[in-house]
Ligand binder design. Structure first.
Ligand code: PMP
Length: 400
């Protein structure tokens, strides 16, 4: 008999992490695999950020910090919100966490009672479900219409709200679809939230700097400043500055909620790494040109990936407005047979086939609520995108 509690058993692990293990196993057998599954970019952490971390370590900044973050990093986060969203926060309204993941899990931990519901527009980052479960809540996936760019509509939201609803998650831009909500669309969703005083908004802006074609990601608080007391706005340095391994995220929230979250964070981790906080301060307070330079590179990689994928028989992909993921519809290959005689019925089958035959790793869409899709990360070296286009094309052409 397992010693795990029933609740722990209901938590699911990351689909990306499980897939990464598969890739590593194949590589250990000597196979060459082009991995396009990661939620990571192939850019290095900017050198001045690394230097700031080294300098902090040398200067003896190697001790516990305030549980909710150093004053320097909190001020850099406040400056970020001012620059990015035109929003002002006090230090008491900011908490620095071990990645934005921890900020989200902690916000749920201090607000959810058993059975409380969290509305998760689907497709979405699968981890929200586990974060809600961990806090005793229930994630309620709300399907978003494909013909609305997989974005939640106010009427979908209104229908999903029950007396148990405590949160709605608004991820903008959306992982995995790359959809970007406009100011007006967020205003429409907030209008529904306004009618339900017991419902809070968790805005996840982690991909806010990856918005193409000159657009900008708006956060719900810009669209509905009157809901400030019910909004938690989360982001982090992981994706924006290629710092996934440094584990720094943050949230802006009402001061009383930050105080409660700080108590939980103290119990779980004491504080975040002092060295990483110095690095994140340099990232947020230092020169920002790196963001626009890298965005331009990513936009050309996006366009390349889209054109190559659309050249593969049976696959199609629309250019995402944001993120660095391409959601590829496999509709035209579903039902087809591989040279080995296997019929492809799901995105998972397509992903398995591409990995097994041509060594291209793409994440099945099923884990993100996107059946018959696979997700491709295009923040990889350009030659990998070219090779993937060629190899996927060959694998598709061999189907009958
Ligand atoms: N939100 C979204 C939408 C994500 O995709 C991820 C990670 N892939 C996170 C939050 C968590 O990121 P981190 O904890 O590294 O800040």
């Amino acid at each position: 008999m397992s010693s795990a509690q029933p609740q722990a058993k209901s938590l699911h692990s990351s689909p990306a992490a499980a897939f990464r293990r598969k890739v590593l196993e194949l590589r250990s057998q000597g196979r060459t695999i082009i991995d396009m599954t990661a939620g990571d970019l192939d850019f290095p952490t900017p050198p001045h950020v690394v230097e700031a971390a080294v300098a902090a370590a040398r200067a003896g900044e190697t001790r516990y910090t305030n549980v909710d973050g150093t004053p320097e990093l909190k001020d850099a986060v406040r400056e970020h919100f001012r620059r990015q969203n035109g929003l002002e926060f006090e230090r008491s309204e900011i908490i620095v966490s071990n990645g934005s993941s921890q900020a989200i899990a902690t916000a749920f931990a201090v607000t959810l009672k058993p059975g409380d519901e969290v509305i998760v527009p689907s497709p979405c980052w699968a981890t929200y479900h586990g974060q809600a479960s961990l806090a005793g809540g229930v994630a309620v996936p709300v399907p978003c219409a494909q013909n609305n760019g997989f974005k939640l509509r106010p009427e979908d939201l209104a229908r999903a709200i029950t007396p148990r609803t405590r949160w709605i998650i608004v991820n903008n831009p959306v992982n995995p679809t790359g959809a970007v909500y406009t100011h007006a669309e967020l205003g429409g969703l907030c209008e529904v939230v306004r009618q339900h005083p017991g419902v809070r908004v968790l805005a996840d802006n982690l991909y806010e700097h990856f918005v193409f074609d000159g657009a900008r990601a708006v956060t719900p608080l810009e669209a509905a400043p009157d809901l400030r007391g019910r909004m938690v706005t989360v982001s982090g340095v992981a994706k924006s500055y290629s710092m996934t391994g440094w584990r720094i995220g943050y949230a802006a929230a009402p001061a009383d909620l930050v105080a409660e979250m700080t108590k939980v964070q103290y119990l779980v981790t004491s504080c975040t790494s002092s060295i990483s906080q110095a690095a994140a301060t340099a990232a947020l307070a230092g020169p920002q040109a790196v963001l626009t330079e890298r965005l331009a590179i990513l936009q050309s990689k996006r366009d390349l990936a889209v054109s190559l994928v659309n050249g593969c028989e049976g696959l199609s992909a629309a250019p995402p407005e944001g993120t660095f993921y391409l959601c590829i519809s496999c509709a035209g290959v579903i039902g087809k047979r591989t040279p080995q005689g296997r019929v492809l019925n799901t995105g998972e089958d397509v992903s398995d086939h591409l990995l097994g035959t041509v060594g291209i790793a793409l994440l099945p869409g099923e884990g993100y609520g996107l059946p018959h899709y696979v997700r491709m990360t295009f923040a990889v070296p350009t030659e990998h995108i070219h090779a993937a286009g060629r190899l996927i094309g060959e694998a598709c052409a061999a189907l009958t």
